[in-house]
Write a protein that binds this ligand. Structure first.
Ligand SMILES: [Zn+2]
Ligand SMILES: [Zn+2]
Length: 132
């Protein structure tokens, strides 16, 4: 018996998978062949969703030609209207610089995260008490 992976063998094993029968090559090998075939079928070039420029598709680059375009597209999706809010930590009034901003400064944001962690901790603690 030869262990060579041939097209025929892969096809044979695909049939075995469909029927739910044991394979005669390892699943890892079959998976590897699947992935290779899948990537070979993928178009090598695509048009960027943002600027329409043609670019080479790689594992990390699928919809956009560049990080810039990906970010630009993301920003478009989030309709951001800066608002004047009062900081959830120190209550100082501030104007939002980015989406979801609820604190006036980095320092207050740190405090907010610490506060959230603390709240989460208390929540978990009260849950484990209920179970007892
Ligand atoms: Zn682009
Ligand atoms: Zn603040």
């Amino acid at each position: 018996m030869t262990n060579q992976i041939t097209e025929e063998k892969i096809r044979e094993n695909l049939e075995l998978v469909k029927r739910g029968e044991p394979l005669n090559i390892s699943l890892a090998v079959l998976n590897g062949e699947f992935k290779k075939a899948y990537f070979e079928r993928q178009p090598k070039f695509r048009n960027c969703t943002e600027c329409g420029k043609s670019f080479k598709v790689t594992l990390n680059k699928k919809g956009f030609c560049s990080v810039k375009c990906r970010k630009a597209n993301k920003l478009k999706k989030i309709k951001f209207f800066p608002q004047r809010l009062s900081c959830v930590i120190c209550e100082k009034s501030f104007k939002q610089k980015f989406h979801n901003q609820s604190t006036c400064s980095k320092k207050c944001n740190k405090d907010k995260i610490a506060e959230q962690r603390h709240q989460y901790y208390l929540f978990k603690k009260s849950q484990s008490k209920q179970k007892e």
